[in-house]
Write a protein that binds this ligand. Sequence first.
Ligand SMILES: Cc1cc2nc3c(=O)[nH]c(=O)nc-3n(C[C@H](O)[C@H](O)[C@H](O)COP(=O)(O)OP(=O)(O)OC[C@H]3O[C@@H](n4cnc5c(N)ncnc54)[C@H](O)[C@@H]3O)c2cc1C
Length: 416
Amino acid sequence: MDTIDTNESSNFEIGIIGGGAAGIFAAIAAANSNPHAKVTVYEKGRSLLSKVRISGGGRCNVTHACFDPKTFCQSYPRGSRELLGPFHQFQASDTVEWFESRGVVLKTEADGRMFPTTDSSQTIIDCLLQECRNAGVTLANNAGVVRVERDPDERFHLEFGDGRTEVADRLLIACGGLKPGKLHSSLEGLSHTLEPAVPSLFTFHIDVPWLRDLAGVSIPDSRVAIAQSKKGQAGPLLITHWGLSGPAILKLSAWEARYLYQLDYQFELIVDWLPGYSEYELKSQCASNKKLHAAKQIGNTPISPIPSRLWEALVQASGASPIKRWAEFSRDDENRIGQIFKYCRLPVTGKSMNKEEFVTCGGVRLKEVNFKTMQSRIVPGLFLAGEVLDIDGITGGFNFQAAWTTGWIAGMNLSS
Ligand SMILES: Cc1cc2nc3c(=O)[nH]c(=O)nc-3n(C[C@H](O)[C@H](O)[C@H](O)COP(=O)(O)OP(=O)(O)OC[C@H]3O[C@@H](n4cnc5c(N)ncnc54)[C@H](O)[C@@H]3O)c2cc1C
């Protein structure tokens, strides 16, 4: 274990398992709020904040520019109800202020994502590690905890991979997404329930030739739904070489993560390519085209906002002829077009990660945690923060915000 000990004269021991966003943020809050506590972060890896480093394509999407906790919560498929109270304690505007007051200015992109103005995650890492040094936090890397036990005096005993042990009066587990293993078993040994880890935020594989030919085409608005459950999401859509991606798909993958896992990612997707039109309005638009564009070919006269390549491909896929003139547009063509534009059925055969961003749902059952303090309701003195909880947000800075918020609250209460 390699340690950087910056605090030598304290007797109240706070142990933090995990040197990621939640653990480091908690350590700073704990050490600043109680200078008499000895705060130690145990990190199993060689370096701290390794996910922060690779996040947001190396730029770190720190948070999202939405400063109303209620609206912010809507971006969490799991945890939206539980996070409302915490966001009233520490929300996105507090994150912005926290970093800005330490010299890190954040900027907002058009879609609301917030990044450091340097466009480098190293800026965030440098700031957090400097704050740890200022607050006297001890950082121990190469310190993977393999077992946690609580003794009759209510102290926590941590055992490391190399057989060494440490003791803590209070313990925060902020080890990120938990896979079955020794720490997982320790949490179960402490009577916590772990919801199984399941992927969230992924794109869909659809092997349909006409769709593949449209790779690169994006649609500003769509509605996508799972045929079996009818559960759906709306938003922009992107056709890729392997199927479909874009905000509508990512939201659906996140909200229905558990259900899609049960289906083994094999299901029928229903796409409404024209959610701005009711079936009746689509029929009226076709009738109007028949009058106004009688001499034009159907395939050359897209209905806005459908891009022309997609329009032509969908008309073709519907069985109607794109080279037919609108003058010859029949009732049969109307039905085919109505069906494919409003209820296009596509077979999904698998999934892929969204870029490099691998997010899982699952973790410690939320009912077992007091979200006012982030303390376990089962084990007094044990706190939980970040991705170890069964919380996950959609892409856009929401996952880090959950880590900052729950880490900060845990830190403030660990030392009180
Ligand atoms: C490629 C990628 C890009 C991402 N980009 C973004 C983004 O831009 N914006 C956003 O909001 N979210 C992003 N996310 C999600 C975000 O990184 C996580 O939600 C966030 O890091 C969770 O923080 P955490 O501290 O809970 O967990 P982690 O960051 O995973 O930290 C947990 C730490 O605990 C350590 N640990 C685990 N087990 C033990 C043990 N037994 N003993 C000691 N230490 C242990 C791990 O090594 C790790 O360092 C991204 C995720 C990935 C994978």
